[in-house]
Design a protein around this ligand. Structure first.
Ligand SMILES: *[C@@H]1O[C@H](CO)[C@@H](O)[C@H](O)[C@H]1NC(C)=O
Length: 228
């Protein structure tokens, strides 16, 4: 069975298959696989592979969004105000870089990735809703933000299915950091609003660089890829 993995829809299809298959409990006995590069991947491996690829793409797209936003609003006074750079996720205990991630147990790494995804769920809704109401915001920024949200949702589905199949107590921790910056995004002062968006996108950028690292370290570990 072969799937084209370039379309978000087939990625979601695949995740649905994976989720259904996990209901069979015994993943190892599943005979189907996806052929890629002349290799047969189990759906389990496939999910890790796709999660790694998708998180990398998301991280690059978020960086592009950040750069576009920064260039477009470069003239706004105090744009890089440090007080707005404190992220709502900064209190989460997480590996800081690839070296640390490599020395972290795979379950903890999967949980960390999961936690970032959950922590950004409602802030991303606010970001996408509010950014489209800004004055003179380029369409490319709006559409990129929407696309990022969709991709992050797809990634979240994949990670949720991995969490519920691999971890015994996947649901035990529900203490995701609270998001309370919506009033700042709705400020009447347009410059203040822009600074808030800027701070938020910079946090998103930092956090999804980490998610990219975690999920790609996991992918290498799960698929036993050397030197990556
Ligand atoms: C990530 O981007 C690459 C290059 O654009 C693409 O080939 C690949 O299919 C994307 N991966 C996913 C999972 O969307």
């Amino acid at each position: 069975m072969q799937l084209s993995l370039t379309q978000p829809s087939s990625w979601i299809m695949l995740l649905l298959l994976v989720t259904n298959m996990f209901l069979w409990k015994n993943v190892a006995s599943v005979p189907m696989c996806a052929m890629r590069n002349a290799r047969c991947f189990t759906f389990f491996e496939d999910t890790f592979e796709l999660a790694g690829s998708l998180s990398h793409n998301i991280s690059m797209e978020v960086s592009e969004l950040f750069t576009q936003f920064e260039n477009h609003y470069a003239d706004v006074p105090g744009l890089k105000d440090k007080s707005l750079m404190r992220c709502h996720t900064s209190s989460l205990p997480n590996p800081e870089n690839k070296e640390q991630a490599k020395h972290t147990h795979y379950e903890a790494l999967l949980k960390s990735g999961h936690m970032f995804l959950e922590a950004w769920e409602s802030p991303l809704d606010d970001l996408v809703n509010e950014i489209s109401t800004m004055k003179n915001v380029p369409n490319t920024i709006i559409s990129k933000a929407k696309d990022i949200k969709l991709r992050i949702q797809a990634l979240q589905k994949g990670i949720n299915s991995l969490i519920s199949s691999m971890l015994q107590n996947g649901d035990e921790e529900k203490n995701y950091p609270a998001w309370s910056r919506l009033p700042l995004l709705q400020s009447d002062n347009e410059d203040a609003r822009i600074r808030s968006f800027y701070g938020m996108i910079s946090c998103l950028d930092n956090d999804f660089k980490k998610v990219d690292i975690y999920l790609n370290v996991l992918k290498c570990y799960m698929l036993k890829i050397e030197n990556c």
